[in-house]
Design a protein around this ligand. Sequence first.
Ligand code: CP
Length: 329
Amino acid sequence: MNAALAKRLGAIQYDAQGRLRHLLTLEGLQRDTVDALFTLADSLVEVGGRSIKSVPLLRGKTVVLLFFEASTRTRTTFEIAAKRLSADVVTLDVPASSTSKGESLLDTIANLEAMQTDAFVVRHADSGAAQLIASHVAPQVAVVNAGDGCHAHPTQALLDLYTIRQHRGGFEGLKVAIVGDVLHSRVARSQLAGLRLLGVDDIRLVGPPTLVPPRLASLGGRVCHDPREGLDGVDVVMMLRLQRERMTGGFVPSDREYFALYGLTEAALAAARPDALVMHPGPINRGVEIASAVADGKRSLILPQVTNGIAIRMAVLAQTLGRGSGGDE
Ligand code: CP
């Protein structure tokens, strides 16, 4: 990413005092911001182990969840995160909303903002939707991108990185393979931006030429079409789902052939380090990109990733709503 674009993305996401106002993409963020979110998540993660799982950090704040695309993990963990911070949470039932009568995205936002909403968490099929909303809301309103088209899924990447940090202690010298449908993956784009921000240089983008075309090297990873070369000696294997909902045409001959070539089996994983971490943002498709023995195996962090999503999303909501770990301002 060029410096001018990074500066522009930074300017949109920080307020005049340099505090995180919106989280739209990891591009343009400062390393200090990610470190601060991780530190805050460290202090919030234990809330989930309490008998009463809540702290009053966002009491009186209203968070609206707007999911224009399907979600299990992101939507639920954002809702849990906001509730654990004592915010009032409203999840718009999008199919039953007046968007079905033709109300535009921005008119929908304007009306919800008129209800004194403090933060919007948005998932949308169109790349740039969260940024569009951020450019129209009042200065005190925060927007968090919960996944926009093929563009970005910043909280997914943050929770992935947080999980790596938890299990590896840091990022120095890390070798990472991102395997599968990189072409259509907003998760991969955010993982790449995050890994590079944290100083990881050895990132391999692994998959068939249809899903990992050579031009994707411009995202900042090394393109590998040979899975054995791609997984050779890596510390972390980050698997991706085939994003069929974003495909226009045939990108793989069949699920069976794709699994035979690029599926993560115990045999394929033997090329990685013996203690390699296996990650997947979910939802997983067993027998398509990952074997059940690996998804459910001892190296799999798939479910711990989900659990960490709550603490990371608590940290993001706390920061973007302008409070941090110190309680009410
Ligand atoms: N990882 C992820 O975004 O999952 P959901 O689509 O279920 O939210």
